[in-house]
Design a protein around this ligand. Structure first.
Ligand code: COA
Length: 213
């Protein structure tokens, strides 16, 4: 699903069954040696997808270790993003050139709790979602869009964003969204304060992707 949401120069790898137990690079092992099995499996699947994506860019034998803040330390001229949820795992990678930020996210396609919606969506977004009908389901999409935006934004800025720092407008007719950085003091991403993304939904999952060009 991510393939159709991202530009063609982004490599997308979705985990197949055996990738969830693929061996890690020796330097990656310590990061999950004491993890519960579920966490070990998702970490392995993410690294296996990333490894395959990096090898398509000609980069082999690279240990994708997490920084202390948990963000993966990609090779210097590479942008990448990993997501895992509900039996699905994927990675997207590309060379840093035309694209300066890359984020993907998958969520379970279930309605969000009203309390969580208030945490995730601004007042303006909640009014917008009410207008679309089944607001709780649309809120899951806004949540995922914000996760993708954050993943595209953080590696370049090293700045934490709260959910209300970004306001998302959905365009259901074309499966697109735009996130606006509404907190004035939040750093821009190389001058950009608008993040364009695409989304798709299946019965089980919501997929969002952002490639900042
Ligand atoms: C980091 C975060 C975005 C991950 O999203 P998630 O839906 O919980 O989980 P996913 O499975 O989709 O993604 C997890 C992967 O994201 C990557 N990741 C973690 N921190 C990251 C960061 N700061 N920047 C980019 N990628 C990050 C990692 O590869 C991680 O997988 P791994 O630990 O196996 O390597 C989320 O946990 C988080 O901290 N959110 C709070 C900030 C936020 O989203 N603000 C919204 C502002 S608009």
């Amino acid at each position: 699903m991510f393939r159709q949401l991202l530009p063609t120069d982004v490599i997308v790898v979705v985990a197949t069954g055996e990738m969830w137990c693929e061996p890690l690079h020796p330097s990656e092992e310590p990061f999950v040696e004491r993890a519960v099995p579920k966490r070990g499996r998702e970490f392995r699947a993410g690294r296996a997808c990333a490894r395959k994506g990096l090898s398509a860019l000609g980069i082999t034998d690279f240990a994708l270790c997490p920084a202390p803040d948990r963000s993966p330390c990609w090779p210097a001229d590479v942008l990448g993003s990993i997501t895992h949820r509900a039996g699905l795992c994927a990675a997207a990678v590309c060379r840093r050139s035309r694209i300066v930020g890359l984020g993907i996210d998958v969520e379970r396609n279930v309605a969000l709790d009203p309390g969580v919606i208030r945490l995730v969506c601004t007042e303006g977004e909640r009014a917008e979602l009410d207008g679309l009908g089944s607001a709780t389901q649309w809120a899951t999409l806004v949540f995922s869009a914000k996760e993708s935006i954050y993943k595209s934004y953080y590696p370049a800025t090293r700045t934490f964003l709260d959910f209300h720092d970004v306001e998302v407008v959905l365009f259901p007719d074309c499966g697109e969204f735009v996130g606006h950085l509404v907190t004035v003091k939040a750093a821009s991403l190389e001058g950009r304060r608008e993040f364009h993304g695409r989304y798709a939904c299946t019965e089980e999952h919501v997929f969002t992707a952002v490639a900042v060009e």
